[in-house]
Ligand binder design. Structure first.
Ligand SMILES: [Zn+2]
Length: 79
Protein backbone atom coordinates (compact mmCIF):
# COMPACT_ATOMS: atom_id res chain seq x y z
CA UNK A 1 0.00 0.00 0.00
CA UNK A 2 1.24 3.46 -0.88
CA UNK A 3 1.31 5.90 2.00
CA UNK A 4 0.24 9.41 0.98
CA UNK A 5 -0.16 12.29 3.38
CA UNK A 6 -3.71 13.58 3.61
CA UNK A 7 -2.72 17.00 2.21
CA UNK A 8 -1.24 15.46 -0.95
CA UNK A 9 -4.23 13.17 -1.30
CA UNK A 10 -6.58 16.18 -1.12
CA UNK A 11 -4.48 18.08 -3.68
CA UNK A 12 -4.59 15.15 -6.10
CA UNK A 13 -8.30 14.56 -5.51
CA UNK A 14 -9.27 18.21 -5.94
CA UNK A 15 -7.03 18.52 -9.00
CA UNK A 16 -8.68 15.51 -10.59
CA UNK A 17 -12.18 16.81 -9.81
CA UNK A 18 -11.29 20.22 -11.21
CA UNK A 19 -9.77 18.70 -14.34
CA UNK A 20 -12.81 16.51 -15.06
CA UNK A 21 -15.24 19.34 -14.37
CA UNK A 22 -13.36 21.53 -16.82
CA UNK A 23 -13.18 18.74 -19.39
CA UNK A 24 -16.94 18.05 -19.18
CA UNK A 25 -17.69 21.78 -19.43
CA UNK A 26 -15.39 22.13 -22.46
CA UNK A 27 -16.92 19.14 -24.27
CA UNK A 28 -20.52 20.15 -23.54
CA UNK A 29 -19.81 23.69 -24.72
CA UNK A 30 -18.26 22.36 -27.93
CA UNK A 31 -21.24 20.05 -28.57
CA UNK A 32 -23.76 22.86 -27.91
CA UNK A 33 -21.89 25.21 -30.25
CA UNK A 34 -21.78 22.66 -33.07
CA UNK A 35 -25.52 22.01 -32.59
CA UNK A 36 -26.25 25.75 -32.80
CA UNK A 37 -24.18 26.11 -35.97
CA UNK A 38 -25.99 23.15 -37.56
CA UNK A 39 -29.38 24.60 -36.59
CA UNK A 40 -28.47 28.02 -38.03
CA UNK A 41 -27.62 26.47 -41.40
CA UNK A 42 -31.29 25.56 -41.79
CA UNK A 43 -32.63 29.05 -41.01
CA UNK A 44 -33.03 31.41 -43.95
CA UNK A 45 -34.11 35.03 -43.75
CA UNK A 46 -35.83 36.49 -46.78
CA UNK A 47 -33.98 39.54 -48.13
CA UNK A 48 -37.24 41.21 -49.22
CA UNK A 49 -39.79 40.66 -46.44
CA UNK A 50 -37.49 39.56 -43.59
CA UNK A 51 -39.49 36.39 -42.95
CA UNK A 52 -37.43 33.67 -41.27
CA UNK A 53 -38.06 30.08 -42.17
CA UNK A 54 -36.39 26.71 -41.98
CA UNK A 55 -35.38 24.85 -45.12
CA UNK A 56 -33.81 21.43 -44.54
CA UNK A 57 -33.11 20.93 -48.26
CA UNK A 58 -29.63 21.57 -49.63
CA UNK A 59 -30.77 23.70 -52.56
CA UNK A 60 -28.68 26.87 -53.01
CA UNK A 61 -31.86 28.82 -53.82
CA UNK A 62 -35.00 28.48 -51.76
CA UNK A 63 -38.37 30.14 -52.10
CA UNK A 64 -39.76 32.30 -49.28
CA UNK A 65 -43.13 30.92 -48.12
CA UNK A 66 -44.40 34.44 -47.31
CA UNK A 67 -43.60 36.43 -50.47
CA UNK A 68 -42.39 33.78 -52.94
CA UNK A 69 -39.00 35.37 -53.68
CA UNK A 70 -36.00 33.12 -54.27
CA UNK A 71 -33.30 33.56 -51.62
CA UNK A 72 -29.70 32.42 -51.57
CA UNK A 73 -28.61 30.21 -48.70
CA UNK A 74 -26.20 32.25 -46.59
CA UNK A 75 -24.98 31.90 -43.03
CA UNK A 76 -27.54 33.25 -40.58
CA UNK A 77 -25.97 35.21 -37.74
CA UNK A 78 -29.07 35.24 -35.54
CA UNK A 79 -29.18 38.96 -34.75
ZN1 LIG B 1 -40.11 36.85 -48.27
Amino acid sequence: MIRVPISEFLEIYLGAVLFWTFAVWLISNWVRRRRDIAARRLVIRCTICGHQFRDPSQNPLTRCPACGRLNERTAYSGL
